[in-house]
Ligand binder design. Structure first.
Ligand code: SAM
Ligand code: DTB
Ligand code: SF4
Length: 329
C-alpha cells in the first residue's frame, strides 16, 4: 500500500516544500483521531515492520547535583527532590548493568549524566565506558549535556553510536521551563554531534503546560533538522515532588498519542521512542502509541532516577500485542 492511498483529509500529503511549518503540523494534530492514526500507520508501514519495537536501556552514570534549572528535572541541585549528588559510577558497575540489559534483550545502552556539559576528565572516563559497552555487542548512546568543540569527535572515536540531546519544547516556551541556557545552545550541540558523524537522538517532553501549537512547533523543529534525528524520544512529564512542574495538569493521554503520530508522519524513518511516563500508562494506551507509530521504548525498571515498567511486564505487553524485539537499530 502506498503511504497516502487511504487519506481522505486534505492536509499535506508529503513533506511540504520548505520543510514542516508549525501550521502544517498543527493541522495534523487537528485531524480526526482515526484519520491521524490511519495516516501514521500507513507511514509507519511504508518504512518499518509494524510488529517490531527496539529496546534501549538507560543508566544514570552520574546522578544528581546538576547546576541547570530544567523545571521538570529531579536531578537539578536547586530542587529538593530527594535525589542526591552522587559520584560517577565505577566502570565495573556500568559494565555489569550493560551486561544485564543485554541479557534481558536490550539492543542499545544509553548512559546519562546530570551535567551541564562534560569536563575533559569526565569525558575521558565516558570514553572508556563506551569502549567497554561496545565490546559487549550493544549499541551505545550517551547523554551528557552540552558539548564543546572536539568533544563529539572524541565520543565518535570511542565508538559511540548515538548522542541524545533533546530540544525539549517549543522555541517560545523553552524559556518558561529552563533559564540557565537557551534553546540555541541545544541546537549548537546538535550541530557538533552531526558534524562528528554521530547519529542523533533528539526529542522532547510534553505535559509541561505547553499548548497544542507549542507541541506542533516542537515536532516541526525536530522534523526540520537536516537531516532529522534517527531517534526521537517523546517523553511525557514524570511529575516529581520538589520540581516546579510537580502538580501540573496532566496531558490528555489521547493528545500524547497524537504527538507520537505527528512525530511518525513528519519523521518517517526515525525510531520514535515512547519514552518517560510509561509507568503510568495502561497497556491499552501504550498499544495506541505503537499504533500511532512508536517503535522503540526505554526498557528496564528505571529511567534515570524515576521508575519504568519491569522488564517482565514489558515482555508480557509485547507478547499480548504480538510485537517482536527489533534486532537492528
Ligand atoms: N543532562 C542532560 C541533558 O539535559 O541534556 C542529559 C540527561 S536529561 C535527564 C535527558 C532528558 O530527559 C531531558 O532532556 C528531558 O527531555 C528528559 N527528562 C528529564 N526529566 C524528566 C521528567 N521528569 N519527565 C520526563 N522527561 C524528563
Ligand atoms: C530521554 O529523552 N528521556 C530519557 C533519556 N532521554 C535520557 C530520560 C528520562 C528521564 C526521566 C526522569 C528521570 O528518570 O530522572
Ligand atoms: Fe541537568 Fe539534564 Fe536535568 Fe536539565 S535535564 S537539570 S541539564 S540533568
Amino acid at each position: 500500500m502506498k503511504i497516502n492511498d487511504s487519506l481522505t483529509t486534505p492536509v499535506h500529503r508529503t513533506v511540504p516544500s520548505g520543510g514542516w511549518s508549525t501550521d502544517a503540523v498543527e493541522a495534523l494534530f487537528a485531524l480526526p483521531f482515526m484519520d491521524l492514526l490511519h495516516r501514521a500507520q500507513n507511514v509507519h508501514r511504508a518504512h518499518f515492520d509494524p510488529n517490531e519495537v527496539q529496546l534501549s536501556t538507560l543508566l544514570s552514570i552520574k546522578t544528581g547535583g546538576c547546576p541547570e534549572d530544567c523545571g521538570y528535572c529531579p536531578q537539578a541541585a536547586r530542587y529538593h527532590t530527594g535525589v542526591d549528588n552522587e559520584a560517577m559510577l565505577s566502570a565495573d558497575a556500568v559494565i555489569a548493568a550493560a551486561r544485564a540489559a543485554k541479557a534481558k534483550g536490550a539492543t542499545r545502552f544509553c548512559m546519562g549524566a546530570a551535567w551541564r556539559g562534560p569536563k575533559q576528565r569526565d569525558l575521558d572516563r565516558v570514553v572508556d565506558l563506551i569502549k567497554a559497552v561496545r565490546k559487549l555487542g550493544l549499541e551505545t548512546c550517551a547523554t551528557l549535556g552540552m558539548l564543546r568543540d572536539g568533544q563529539a569527535e572524541q565520543l565518535k572515536s570511542a565508538g559511540l553510536d548515538y548522542y541524545n540531546h533533546n530540544l525539549d519544547s517549543a522555541a517560545d516556551f523553552y524559556g518558561e521551563i529552563i533559564t540557565t541556557r537557551v534553546q540555541d545552545d541545544r541546537l549548537d550541540t546538535l550541530e557538533k554531534v552531526r558534524e562528528a558523524g554521530l547519529k542523533v537522538c533528539c526529542g522532547g517532553i510534553v505535559g509541561l503546560g505547553e499548548t497544542r501549537r507549542q507541541r506542533a512547533d516542537l515536532i516541526a523543529q525536530l522534523a526540520n533538522l537536516d537531516p532529522y534525528p534517527e531517534s526521537v524520544p517523546i517523553n511525557n512529564l514524570v511529575q516529581v515532588p520538589g520540581t516546579p512542574l510537580h502538580g501540573q495538569a496532566a496531558l490528555d493521554p489521547l493528545e500524547f498519542v497524537r504527538t507520537i503520530a505527528c512525530a511518525r508522519i513528519t519523521m518517517p524513518t526515525a525510531r520514535v521512542r515512547l519514552s518517560a511516563g510509561r509507568d503510568k500508562m495502561s497497556d491499552e494506551l501504550q498499544a495506541l502509541c505503537f499504533l500511532a507509530g512508536a517503535n522503540s521504548i526505554f526498557y528496564g525498571e528505571k529511567l534515570l532516577t524515576t521508575g519504568n515498567p519491569q522488564a517482565e511486564q514489558d515482555q508480557a505487553l509485547l507478547g499480548r500485542l504480538g510485537i517482536r524485539v527489533a534486532r537492528n537499530s
